[in-house]
Design a protein around this ligand. Structure first.
Ligand code: SAM
Length: 270
């Protein structure tokens, strides 16, 4: 074990399998919680509170309900000892019932996310949960993909899907030195505001299939992709959407993909 993996005091060594890189810089913790713009009484859900780097700052703002999802039982026990008023849900945040968050409760969601699950987790959360806003720390490269605009190298299925549901802001970068143990990569803090007119469940399924189909062949022209999938009326479909047949997937805006997904016959959507 690396010497820096061991923390003095009550905690067990950090578990790499759970992406445990704990933030040790109180100013950065405060900046992350500031980005949530908490008012007394707001409901907060934190993913992976760990040793409580963000928790202390959330508690200081006097939230209404404060729920945390933590997969490490020992850390959950420790957190409950320190903050008995918190509602602790033990288990995998990926398996959480994100549809259960009601819009009326105005949940604000925050987390310094384990790198290995950050992108699929954000995909699930923005497309299923009703949130007032969310602030997440992720690996910088994932953050750049989440916030990427069309036309660039980072723009792909993740950017389009997430941006179909939310406005994404990359707020600031965080260097490895402020974590214990130190990760090998730089991190970034992002903020998400859901759009009022988001895709329905059916549209989300169509969008996800359309993105899989298009970004598997991201260097090809959109007409070639549709034709290769056996979509006979691909010329008519593209004309109705005002999409130039020669465009490549990486140049299409999120709303074009949503419209394309809605027009494609269901048999072509896996
Ligand atoms: N919030 C703390 C901080 O900033 O220091 C800890 C962040 S650490 C990067 C990620 C945390 O998520 C750890 O506490 C880890 O145990 C927890 N975790 C890992 N995988 C998880 C999962 N699938 N569901 C819920 N929590 C998870």
């Amino acid at each position: 074990m690396n010497k820096s993996d061991r923390e003095p005091g009550r905690y067990a060594p950090a578990k790499r399998s759970l992406g445990q890189n704990f933030l040790i810089d109180a100013n950065i913790s405060r900046k992350i919680v500031d980005a949530l713009d908490l008012k007394p009484g707001d409901n907060v859900l934190e993913i992976g509170p760990g040793r409580g780097a963000l928790t202390r700052h959330v508690v200081d703002r006097k939230p209404g309900r404060y729920m945390v999802l933590e997969m490490d039982d020992a850390l959950a026990d420790e957190l409950l000892l320190q903050y008995p008023g918190i509602e602790v849900v033990r288990g995998d945040a990926l398996a959480y019932d994100w549809d259960s968050l009601a819009a009326a409760d105005g949940w604000k969601v925050v987390g310094n996310l384990p790198y290995n699950i950050a992108s699929p987790l954000i995909w699930e959360i923005v497309s299923r949960a009703e949130l007032a806003r969310a602030v997440f720390m992720v690996q910088l490269e994932a953050g750049q993909r989440l916030a990427a605009k069309s036309g660039g190298r980072d723009y792909g299925a993740l950017s389009v899907f997430v941006q179909s549901f939310a406005r994404v802001e990359l707020l600031f970068k965080v260097p490895p030195q402020v974590f214990r143990p130190q990760p090998k990569v730089t991190s970034a803090v992002l903020r998400f505001f859901l759009h009022p007119q988001r895709p329905s469940k059916d549209e989300a399924r169509r969008l996800s299939s359309t993105l899989r189909m298009c970004f598997q062949q991201r260097r090809k022209q959109i007409a070639t992709i549709l034709k290769s999938k056996g979509i006979e009326d691909y010329v008519g479909v593209l004309a109705r959407l005002d999409i130039d047949a020669r465009q490549r997937p990486e140049t299409l805006e999120p709303e074009r993909f949503r419209a394309l997904g809605n027009l494609l016959p269901p048999d072509f959507l896996a």
